[in-house]
Design a protein around this ligand. Sequence first.
Ligand code: FDP
Length: 337
Amino acid sequence: MPQVTVIEHLLLHQKESPMATGRFTRLLNELILAAKIISREVNKAGLVDVLGFTGEINVQGEQVQKLDDYANMVLIHRMERAGVLCAIASEENADLVLIPDQFPKGDYFLIFDPLDGSSNIDANVNVGTIFSIYRTKEGCTGDKLCDLLQRGSEQVAAGYFLYGTSTMMVYTTGRGVHGFTLDPSVGEFLLSHPNIKTPETGRIYSVNEAYWDYWDEPTREIVRYFKGSDNRRGQPYGGRYIGSLVADFHRNLLYGGIFLYPADHRDPKKPKGKLRLLCEASPLSFVAAQAGGAGSDGVRDILSIEPEELHQRVPLFIGSKNDVAMVEEIYAKARQS
Ligand code: FDP
């Protein structure tokens, strides 16, 4: 079988992909290199002193894991030097990461979650890096948030690296979703999952059901729909929840299913759920949509939401198209009654 790397794949499809400019290819190359470095470190977690907490609390009020910190540092270090970015935003940094004056600037804006699912690292559970790329508007200097924030539908590329049984890169530039697996013997991500399509109706539901008491009645009805037999399948969906969004999402993308992180009405800290619009919900919704699925906050397509702040949280229902539509339908009925 001919082995195709990410960049070869991008260049081969250059005609369909206006994204394959030299600058975008450079951006992707740097991102891939950063992910390989992170992957190497994740793979030796347990052998060297990279597990556990740094002792700091991040902007989300969570304990910072050493590997989280490391992944964030690698990404910022590589990407600020790439010469193609106007600004960077990370889940771990409260404010924009500005490009230092000594490095050239470009016209892309990169947002990432350096190590999603990191509370699972110490247990050797799959974690991942989620990324989202926008082109900045003309005249944007990269230091004003209002010039950078755009709806998810404006993303030029998005995807994730999954550090699991093998390391994978899954991404889209708006022309289908493609998956590549890192072959450690050659150090390249090789095309392994061309043109991923997710089933229209899934067979898995993924939610932290321990929050049942905190949900409103329509949310409970939604979860009852998936775990009961009075649904489109005529039998309960399988329950699978790793608690690592990128890993849960990836499994459901391949097998079909829905991941739910609803609003948590009784917890003042999570009135909109826990997940972040810009570095989690939007990039994964772009991937889901390109694979034939969808992402919603229960009312609107995630990709249509106008962001107001960098670390905005949003309820998230993402995965197979018909399952996400069912969630919207149940919430809509509840609003009418
Ligand atoms: P983590 O805190 O481990 O980084 O976005 C953060 C996230 O994990 C998601 O990856 C995961 O789906 C979710 O939080 C798990 O949250 P709960 O523990 O509340 O279920």
